[in-house]
Write a protein that binds this ligand. Structure first.
Ligand code: ADP
Length: 381
């Protein structure tokens, strides 16, 4: 890291998408200027952070050597490389114990099952025989997943209803590591965000519900409408998991609510799309608390300032119109907090989000949806 960097805390962020962009902004607020390890010159965070390093993943060790603390905004990093960097004495936060559980879905399932967390039945799929054995036990539909996260814009989860569909997915993605999972009849999809300091102090954000269509998260509603008992159970589960994995920073725990109760779907060891409402909706955002936690600084409060929050994701239109063109119309929607990530518009790409707050979720949703419609050039309703 260059010696002229005006920061006592030499924080490196691996990845330069919108999560890194908002984490960077939160750090800058505290007078800390993180260094970014970006892939492309037009990465969302790289556009907003001078001095981003653009390099091949193999150059990560050299980048790490220049940072006091290294944190991550995505899961597409070689775990062996990170292990070697940690073995060399660099401070990875979270460390590789957490990283392995968050980056490798097969390992994650095994760790969770061994510790008696409720997870769907699963199996490693090395070929058609493994899949057919799994289906013989659990039936269709079956969920096929890539063990490592798919690149942005690509699918890594396939819900298949019959043998020919399953074989088609195996033929197309068979060269990747795959796993099968028992299909869950989901009543609600929930996310708990917990932030934890080294040593174990942690705080939890209000429980959120994600609304998904065709595998894309379109809205996030806070608080999740599931009642006090389940919300308490979900929060405790996330805190226990963060302690078990020795997580540092934000750990996002994605849960399914099913008729049998809470089932763990996925872990992300970083700030999460479901937590954008914390920017204006909590005294300390998930991004700022992530920075504080990985630098072992005191955490800020995580309670909700408003009774309800709704975030609507701004996804790219099929016609490729840039929502930035409609910024004036969106800003005219009173009470909507508009965030654009500076990304090149492509169909279904996450280009921004809008959050609104109100006394209840229904009212907040009306405002946020109006602003999102305005960004797409649709007449606000
Ligand atoms: P991603 O890495 O794309 O976020 P997820 O594992 O969260 O992958 O899955 C994406 C979506 O697929 C989930 O939000 C959920 O709607 C659906 N899904 C994933 N696993 C299951 C399952 N076992 N049963 C039913 N639906 C599932």
């Amino acid at each position: 890291m260059s010696p002229d960097l005006p920061s006592l805390y030499r924080l490196g962020i691996v990845g330069a998408g919108q999560i890194a962009r908002m984490t960077h902004q939160a750090a800058v607020k505290l007078g800390i200027t993180p260094r970014l390890f970006a892939e492309r010159i037009d990465d969302s965070a790289a556009l907003a952070a001078p001095g981003a390093v653009f390099n091949h993943p193999d150059a990560l060790a050299a980048f790490a050597a220049d940072c006091e603390v290294l944190t991550f905004e995505h899961e597409r990093i070689d775990i062996g490389l990170l292990q070697a960097i940690e073995d060399n004495g660099r401070l990875l936060r979270p460390g590789t114990k957490t990283i392995r559980a968050a980056f490798d879905k097969m390992h994650q399932r095994r760790v969770l099952k061994n510790r008696n967390y409720n997870v769907p039945a699963f199996a490693e799929i090395r070929g058609p025989d493994d899949l057919l054995d799994f289906v013989a036990d659990h039936g269709y539909p079956v969920v096929l997943k890539t063990v490592r996260a798919a690149p942005p814009g690509q699918r890594g989860v396939f819900i298949v209803d019959n043998r020919s569909e399953a074989m088609r997915v195996l033929a197309e993605f068979g060269e990747l590591d795959l796993m099968a999972e028992q299909y869950q009849a989901i009543m609600k999809e929930l996310v708990v965000l917990v932030v934890r300091r080294p040593g174990g102090l942690s705080r939890c954000y209000p429980l959120t519900e994600t609304i998904n269509h065709d595998g894309f998260c379109t809205e996030i509603h806070t608080p999740a409408d599931i009642g006090h008992r389940l919300a308490t159970e979900a929060r405790q589960l996330a805190i226990d998991l963060a302690n078990d994995l020795d997580a540092v920073g934000v750990l996002a725990v994605e849960l399914f609510l099913t008729i049998d109760g809470l089932v763990v779907n996925e872990l992300a060891a970083r700030p999460h799309n479901a937590g954008h409402f914390t920017i204006e909706g909590c005294p300390t955002s998930q991004f700022e608390n992530h920075v504080r936690a990985v630098l072992d600084l005191p955490l800020g409060p995580t309670w909700a300032i408003h009774p309800a929050a709704v975030t609507v994701n701004v996804l790219g239109d099929l016609d490729g119109v840039d929502p930035a063109q409609h910024l004036p119309e969106a800003l005219a929607v009173e009470g909507a907090q508009i965030h654009l990530y500076g990304k090149y518009p492509k169909p279904r790409r996450k280009l921004g989000h809008v959050t609104a707050f109100a006394d209840d979720v229904k009212q907040a949703a009306q405002v946020a949806r109006r602003a999102e419609a305005a960004l797409h050039g649709r007449r606000p309703f």
